[in-house]
Design a protein around this ligand. Sequence first.
Ligand code: ZN
Length: 166
Amino acid sequence: MLRRKVMPVKEVSDRHRALLSEMARVMYDAKGIGLAAPQVGISESMIVVDTGTGLYKLVNVKVTKKEGRQCMEEGCLSVPGVGVKVKRAKKVMVEALDETGKAVCFPAEDLLACVFQHECDHLEGKLIVDYASLIGKIKIKKTVTRFLKKAHDGTAFPPKGKFGAL
Ligand code: ZN
């Protein structure tokens, strides 16, 4: 599911609004700052984001007009215990539909820009591990294997990364 490219939403309905609210609840419960629909098993273009400046619930999201560079260590709810340094644009424009189906377009920068790019990667089936070096990927595999074992024992550790879970 995480590797599949999502389908666009044809019309924003009550079902989508309910899913977006549920996704926000999951994100806050996990102390995350972003969540994309594929992370909760839904292959549709929906994300929720809250970096502390308010909640975004967006449908059919696209990141356009990328400018500048930044590099942050990112964590991901779907790759627990792993932090990967990812180079991304510092400023972006976000184009989407809000939960009423209205087209919205707004700029984002720094952490917020980073989170929107991370969540849009999820919509394309891309994960932070794809940005890791070969050695990094081997380390990640060990960490994830260890996590799965601990999860099985009931002693799983929380997601890592400077900005927590996305
Ligand atoms: Zn993620």
